[in-house]
Ligand binder design. Sequence first.
Ligand SMILES: *[C@@H]1O[C@H](CO)[C@@H](O)[C@H](O)[C@H]1NC(C)=O
Length: 177
Amino acid sequence: MAGAALTLVAALAAAMSIVGGEACNQGDLMKWNEACLMAAGNTVELYNLCQEMLQHAPDAAEMSEYARLAARFTNRSYSGTVAAAQRLLAGGSIPAGQRPAYRHCVERYSTASAQMASVMAELASCDYGRLKQRYVDAKAAMESCGRELAAGTPLAAMNAADKGWTTVTHSRYVWAP
Ligand SMILES: *[C@@H]1O[C@H](CO)[C@@H](O)[C@H](O)[C@H]1NC(C)=O
């Protein structure tokens, strides 16, 4: 499975270097459900997340456009989670022992949001070289947040959802290597 994904990345990368001069003209138009099938592979759960992320997407677009929309969705979700964390901290309902974990999450999310902002900008300008590392860093930030949260604390469910969004966004080395 990993081998197949890498082969696809290599094929896309080769195709893009050939069409290099044509502003982001890197592939065929496809329907969002085709894009989601590529992004999710055989994983129904990821397909369902992808469907939710792209429900307002155009009927047909290039893969990189779907990737940009996915990154935008993920960035918005991060922002919602951070706002909730800050509200919960300010409201005083988080036990003292868990407050450092919440603050840690806010800090890690700021890193992840910056990565997603760069992903969006780079996708928009057909600049693919750093995408993979940005996704890896965003995913690591999500996991670092999650590791410190107590089970059942309100932020844990939001962070679990964000991990899913990040994974779908990320599964686009298929989107744009
Ligand atoms: C990320 O989401 C927030 C909240 O919706 C928004 O204010 C911000 O502009 C977004 N960042 C980018 C780069 O779109």
